[in-house]
Design a protein around this ligand. Structure first.
Ligand SMILES: C[S@@+](CC[C@H](N)C(=O)[O-])C[C@H]1O[C@@H](n2cnc3c(N)ncnc32)[C@H](O)[C@@H]1O
Ligand code: SF4
Length: 348
């Protein structure tokens, strides 16, 4: 479902723009649809009031919690069920953050990412994207939303843009606290500067060598790293938010001196922060993360070369931190259960 469908429904029931905004605000805050003070000016028309219970029920089916996995760092990974039985992951992050998904699966197929392994299964509608925020707020405060869960936002841009516009306008979130993470795509660089609500941009770089990057991110657009940095820098200067470069650190792949020198060269003088995220283990993959000491040494070296660098642990290290793992495990378990049921009771 798209946000536009909800708006149309409300208008057809007689809602004026002020009613529409008030109802959407109440939903995004995780509250009851008819919650909030009933000032005369925003009293709801009868048709809307009567339809609210049904509408609330429908919104509840957009995303619901299938399972919840608290981590030692205060994060909670959620496996969410969508209306059609598909599943995606959201992560409640420490310090009022929330990481949300934009697609079921992903077509980019990054070789280190569980989400990309089965390709794209389907897009999330804009209403399903913001429903993750409404749902999370039923559990706790959310003051920052990062589009860093399952999926490539550039491949579902219309829905992602609508979701960001609504979250920025009615969701009570500062625009710089909406962070779109992408592998880099011309459509993103064209579209973002035209938005009313301009999100901060995270760019998944992973290598400064075009040919290695093409192997790691097989179906990302072929824009060379210097070209990506140039486009991102223009956006950072236009918005006043630094670009958050993302680098999944993989031992023996992109943690060598050539890459460090490449980063120092590429990001010299740029309005940027480099986030180094040691690779999270993914079932069935042989990649390894470097030791924490080596990762810290890398961050130190970059600092000494004037690149603002943060070494980050993924949220919920102890609970399948690799994006897409919860979904993959649940899908496998469901498959095994169905197979066992088909085979009948054991021993017969
Ligand atoms: C899951 S992606 C979603 C957003 C977008 N598709 C992208 O790639 O920026 C968010 C971040 O997770 C990182 N990531 C994926 N798999 C990872 C893993 N196994 N370990 C560490 N980071 C991983 C990606 O490199 C990316 O920077
Ligand atoms: S890292 Fe991002 S772009 Fe790459 S496969 Fe995973 S979700 Fe897709």
């Amino acid at each position: 479902m798209k946000i536009e469908h909800i708006r149309h429904r409300l208008r057809a029931l007689g809602a004026k723009p002020a009613h529409e905004a008030r109802l959407l605000r109440a939903w995004l805050q995780g509250g009851a649809l008819d919650g909030g003070p009933r000032a005369d000016a925003t009293r709801l028309p009868k048709g809307v009031l009567e339809a609210l219970p049904g509408l609330a029920q429908e919104l509840d089916t957009l995303a619901s919690v299938r399972s919840s996995h608290p981590g030692e760092d205060g994060s909670i990974r959620l496996l969410l069920g969508l209306g059609d039985g598909q599943t995606v992951e959201s992560v409640l992050l420490p310090r009022d953050g929330l990481c949300i998904s934009t697609q079921v699966g992903c077509a980019v197929g990054c070789v280190f990412c569980m989400t990309g392994r089965d390709g794209l299964l389907r897009q999330l509608g804009s209403a399903e994207i913001v429903a993750q925020v409404a749902l999370a707020r039923r559990q706790r405060r959310v003051h920052k939303v990062v589009f860093m869960g399952m999926g490539e936002p550039a491949h579902n841009l219309d829905n992602v843009v609508d979701a960001i516009e609504l979250l920025g306008a009615e969701g009570g979130l500062p625009h710089k606290n909406l962070v779109l993470s992408t592998v880099g795509d011309a459509r993103v660089f064209e579209r973002l500067p035209q938005m009313q609500v301009k999100p901060a941009l995270a760019l998944s770089l992973h290598s400064t060598r075009a040919e290695l990057r093409a192997r790691l991110l097989p179906r990302a657009p072929r824009i060379d790293p210097a070209g990506l940095v140039e486009c991102a820098e223009a956006y950072a200067r236009a918005t006043g938010y630094p670009i958050q470069y993302q680098w999944t650190l993989i031992e023996g792949v992109n943690d060598g001196p050539d890459e460090l020198e490449g980063i120092a060269r590429l990001l010299a003088g740029k309005y940027a922060v480099m986030n180094m995220i040691p690779f999270n283990r993914v079932d069935g993959l042989d990649f390894r993360r470097p030791s924490w000491e080596r990762a810290a040494e890398i961050a130190r070296w970059l600092h000494q070369h004037r690149i603002l660098t943060k070494l980050r642990r993924s949220a919920g290290q102890d609970v399948d931190a690799g994006c897409g793992q919860l979904r993959a495990r649940a899908t496998q378990a469901g498959f095994a259960r169905r197979e066992r049921a088909r085979a009948g009771p054991a021993g017969i």
